[in-house]
Ligand binder design. Structure first.
Ligand SMILES: *Cc1c(COP(=O)(O)O)cnc(C)c1O
Length: 380
């Protein structure tokens, strides 16, 4: 069945007390069966309550994986996946333009555990082999980089991993399984910050990993020890949010494209970056691999940093806040939020100017969003 149907029905087969919706089982522990072993214990930290099980079944189904695991945040999913795969002495190849938290994790935490890495350019597959070491175990990329929305050579990542016996991981937060299903392309582990599109309502922090029984089993074991599991109430909210993912993504995709097209025509606006615009460097790949280009876009203002500041103040619908993937539109200047820890020179080197503005479109009517940006641009 189509993902739109699976989003509604998968994981909802057991009708508890005939309830149409799986209720919240707000219970830390469950009565143990006589004669059961450790694996039979049901306890919230072990991610095996009815709310976890229902959610795992839905997530595995929509992504086309054998198994899934939810975690207390996107970073918990990412750190648990890396800790489950890599041990002291191991080495990781990882894309050079990463979500800030992931960049910090691999640069500051993993080296203390003896886990090394080398950065690779997502669109220079011919340079990757030179970075391989005998200890290299995994390769890690993001579907679209933040904030510039570079789309790595994802097919080459899968081929490279299989040729060199590496586990391939992808942070698919920016696409969601509605726009891109990495496991179908051959990736081993798909990761999400479910805080974003999967939940979609900016009211919880959660993470997701989907993959083979073996990989998810190893991650569950780690998560049980490190303790970053998701509470049952948050599981319930994520499960509810997921049911409308397909409808929401359609609107995020439309709003992203409509606003990008609108901004491109405005005299105050410089370069607009959006993978659904035909001038994007990986437009062809995005068209081939993705069902939609998502709700995130960014642009420069000809009036520089002053104009960028004024615009962020002048828009009415878009709240000035980091994050993305909720029903409401958000606007940020990455130089002051996600990339504020870099120096201006480091930012300039990766194309994040101080005048760069990122918009994460919500699901408002596109005419209203464009009208809001029109009145705001008139003030810069
Ligand atoms: C937000 C985000 C994360 C981190 O997720 P949290 O839920 O905040 O822990 C990881 N990767 C990407 C691409 C993100 O946007």
């Amino acid at each position: 069945m189509d993902i739109q149907t699976r989003l509604v029905h998968a994981g909802e087969e057991d009708k508890v007390e005939n309830a149409v919706v799986t209720p919240i089982f707000q219970s830390a522990t469950f009565v143990a069966e006589e004669g059961g072993g450790y694996d039979d214990i049901r306890y919230m930290r072990l991610s095996n309550t009815p709310n976890h099980n229902a959610l795992h079944a839905k997530l595995a189904s929509i992504a086309g994986g054998e198994a899934a695991l939810v975690t207390g945040s996107g970073m918990a999913a990412i750190s648990t996946a890396l800790l489950a795969l890599l041990k002291s002495g191991d080495h990781l190849l990882i894309q050079d333009c990463l979500y800030g938290g992931t960049h910090s994790l691999i640069s500051h935490e993993l080296p203390e555990l003896g886990i090394g890495h080398d950065f690779i350019a997502g669109n220079a597959a011919d340079t990757w082999a030179a970075r391989l070491k005998p200890q290299t175990k995994a390769i890690y990329v993001e579907t679209m980089t933040n904030p510039l929305l570079e789309v790595a050579d994802l097919e080459a990542v899968v081929a490279f991993a299989s040729e060199h016996g590496l586990v391939s991981l992808i942070d698919n937060t920016f696409a969601s399984p509605c726009n891109f299903r990495p496991l179908e392309l051959g990736f081993d582990i798909e990761l999400h910050s479910a805080t974003k599109y999967l939940n979609g309502h900016s009211d919880i922090v959660a993470g997701v990993a989907i993959g083979s029984q073996e990989h998810i089993g190893a991650m569950t074991h780690k998560l049980n020890h490190y303790g970053g599991s998701l509470d049952a109430h948050a599981c319930f909210l994520l499960h509810r949010g997921l049911k409308t993912l397909s409808l929401r993504m359609r609107q995020h995709d439309e709003n992203g494209l409509r606003l990008a097209q609108f901004l491109r025509e405005q005299p105050q606006v410089g370069q607009v970056s959006y993978p659904g615009l035909d001038n994007h460097p990986q437009y062809e790949r995005a068209q081939r691999l993705f069902a939609g280009a998502g709700g995130v876009l960014n642009f420069e203002l000809r009036g520089g940093i002053t104009a960028a500041r004024r615009l962020v103040d002048a828009v009415q619908l878009a709240a000035s806040a980091p994050s993305l993937g909720g029903v409401e539109t958000l606007i940020t200047r990455p130089a002051t939020t996600s990339h504020s820890s870099l120096s201006p020179a480091q930012r300039a080197a990766i194309g994040v100017g101080d005048d760069l503005v990122r918009v994460a479109c919500g699901i408002e009517a596109p005419e209203d969003l464009c009208a809001d940006f029109a009145q705001a641009l008139a003030q810069v």
